[in-house]
Design a binder for this molecule. Structure first.
Ligand SMILES: [Zn+2]
Length: 299
């Protein structure tokens, strides 16, 4: 099995069968043993006293937004978006999720970013759905935060959390792979090309379109490799390998500052030595790095 990406590996029982039970949810919100992941402006509250772990203590939810995350054994876990920043002890801090993932992922796989990422995505989605996008009336929370239902009886629309699929592709041609540097990125920061899928596209079609638009390269075979939830704000990265049918690069200057073919032997050397002068290895939390490492292992 391939190594999992950071932000995958949700560690709780999602307990779907309990989400619709409002009496049970109310009892769990008031229960002393329930635990609460707290967020302020999308940043999870972390306990920094010994390494880095979520500060998942008790919480009076009150008027704050909350979602039911699932069960850890028989303990209910909630995520709460605090409206007001609380006073914190020295050992607790709100930390940007990217930074948490980079730190926790530095020494191998951790499922904490998955837990915190799902909470962030659900809280942010709920925060943007106070009003029905069909008729403009208020919505109310159902199923522990997984549904918003319009309170207007004539409408009654149900809204569900969205996930925006992004294809990210390692384009290869024999022993070379195509990497691009986005506009505004530092020199040496090359990564796999990527782009949002459009309505009605297959993964293969989206891959061929994106690569052609950004680099002028035509792509044939597309093979799925792996995927990664990406909670900034709510994407799913779909990682593929794509075979180039042409090699002459014409970049789209709106998207890319540069795109190049990199030799497998050169990249392998860079990965072994930890960094090269004109190529910086993508961070450990990036699926692009996984795509590259798996391709390097193949040849
Ligand atoms: Zn409505």
């Amino acid at each position: 099995m391939m190594d999992p990406c950071i932000f995958s590996g949700f560690p709780l029982d999602p307990a779907d069968h309990l989400r619709g039970d409002e009496a049970w949810l109310a009892a769990q919100l008031a229960c002393d043993s329930s635990r609460f992941l707290r967020y302020y402006h999308g940043r999870p509250l972390m306990d920094i006293s010994d390494g880095l772990r979520p500060a998942d203590g008790p919480c009076d939810v009150g008027e704050n937004d909350w979602v039911f995350m699932g069960l850890d054994g028989d303990v209910a876990i909630f995520a709460v978006g605090l409206r007001v920043k609380p006073d914190l002890p020295d050992y607790e801090k709100f930390i940007d999720l990217r930074s948490i993932a980079l730190q926790l992922g530095a020494s191998g796989f951790s499922n904490i970013p998955s837990l915190l990422g799902r909470g962030k995505m659900l809280l942010e989605w709920n925060g943007r759905r106070d009003f029905c996008s069909c008729c403009g009336h208020k919505t109310r929370v159902e199923r522990g935060g997984y549904v918003r239902k319009c309170i207007n009886d004539d409408c009654g629309a149900e809204h569900f959390p969205r996930t925006d699929p992004v294809v990210i592709m390692l384009v290869t041609s024999g022993d070379q792979c195509l990497l691009g540097r986005g506009v505004g990125w530092p020199e040496g920061n090359y990564s796999a090309l990527a782009g949002f899928m459009e309505p009605g596209e297959t993964i293969e079609e989206a891959t061929r379109r994106e690569v052609l638009e950004e680099s002028g390269i035509r792509v044939g075979d597309v093979r799925y490799v792996k995927s990664q939830p990406w909670p900034f704000p709510s994407s799913l990265m779909i990682g593929v390998r794509a075979e180039a049918l042409s090699t002459e690069i014409t970049i789209d200057p709106v998207e890319l500052a540069d795109a190049r073919w990199f030799e497998r032997a050169y990249l392998r050397e860079v990965f072994e030595s930890g960094g090269g002068s004109d190529f910086r290895i993508p961070p450990n939390i990036a699926i692009a790095r996984h795509l590259l490492e798996e391709w390097l292992r193949m040849g």
